[in-house]
Design a protein around this ligand. Sequence first.
Ligand code: TXA
Ligand code: MG
Length: 341
Amino acid sequence: METLLLKPSEDNTAIRKAAELLRQGGIVAIPTETVYGLAANALDEGAVNRIFKAKGRPQDNPLIVHICEFDEIYPLVRKVPPAAKALAETFWPGPLTLVLPRSDKIPNNVSAGLDTVAVRMPSHPVAWAIIKESGLPLAAPSANISGFPSPTAAQHVQDDMTGRIDAIVDGGECEVGVESTVLSLTGEVPVLLRPGGVTLAQLESVLGRVEVNEAVLNPLKEGETAASPGMRHKHYAPKAEITVIKGSASQIAEYVAAHTGNDLAVLCFEGDEHLFTLPTVTFGRENDAFSQARGLFGALRRLDELGAKQVFACCPSQEGVGLAVCNRLFRAAEFRIIEIR
Ligand code: TXA
Ligand code: MG
């Protein structure tokens, strides 16, 4: 299959072409403010199936449906609780996904057989314009091969998806860099299923109490069912084996200095490179979680390009957007975490 590369321009040709492909049942990678998404008509079960095939995504992992106006939520869900309206007023368009009871319009594969559907309104102008122009709700998981780090630049999508999808719309680098916050509004108390660009404190400022699902920072226990099916699967993982090290940069440098070998590398903060003799890749500044979020997935891909087999990673703070950075990094490391005291 030929994969078109579309660059948005002033005359909107790329947006019209992407929308046309989507209306014909095609699958198109589009930029969003979080990560690139692989979009299809959310109401077309066949088109959605092509997403699962192209990504090699397990059938039991449901997709997020993307809309561009609040009212488009009504046909997709059975109930819009007041909390959903309040959150949308504050955070939409933006990196927040709401899980609600699904309507019977939602194909089974979109919600992976669950009784709920995840909905979000992206703020990226290109994503927004493509949804608008297509006139469709768009189902879109991250546009990576399943299990690989999410794509935050069109080049990452090209590396994973060329020949597997109809088109890629190049919207530059993603501003947030980690996927949206996923919040379930299906129970008595709202539950944070996946931390992202909208922080826990921001959610609490609107909702009061928010529960944080255990799996946000801990591995699932043997036999435990996941509140969000995505938690079950191996995620964000580069080919290298990552170990996260908690401690100061100099403590970590001392620990790492005891290791030598050809295939070792360090994932550290900008400005700390000089502490290490091994090759380094950076992911943002130590006291700036936003820069870490923007840099993490690209850094994981660069480690693979270096051919690193074993990586020592400095551990970010869990404050604010840092919770999302830790969630992704801990999963990429399959929860290999060492604490230096
Ligand atoms: O920022 C984002 O959310 C990006 C961009 C493209 O919008 N999309 C994204 O999609 O990250 P994906 O498929 O890579 O991650 C969706 C997550 C998965 O962990 C999935 O299990 C969860 O959301 N999810 C989707 N529908 C759900 C539902 N009905 N109940 C619980 N979790 C759900
Ligand atoms: Mg994903």
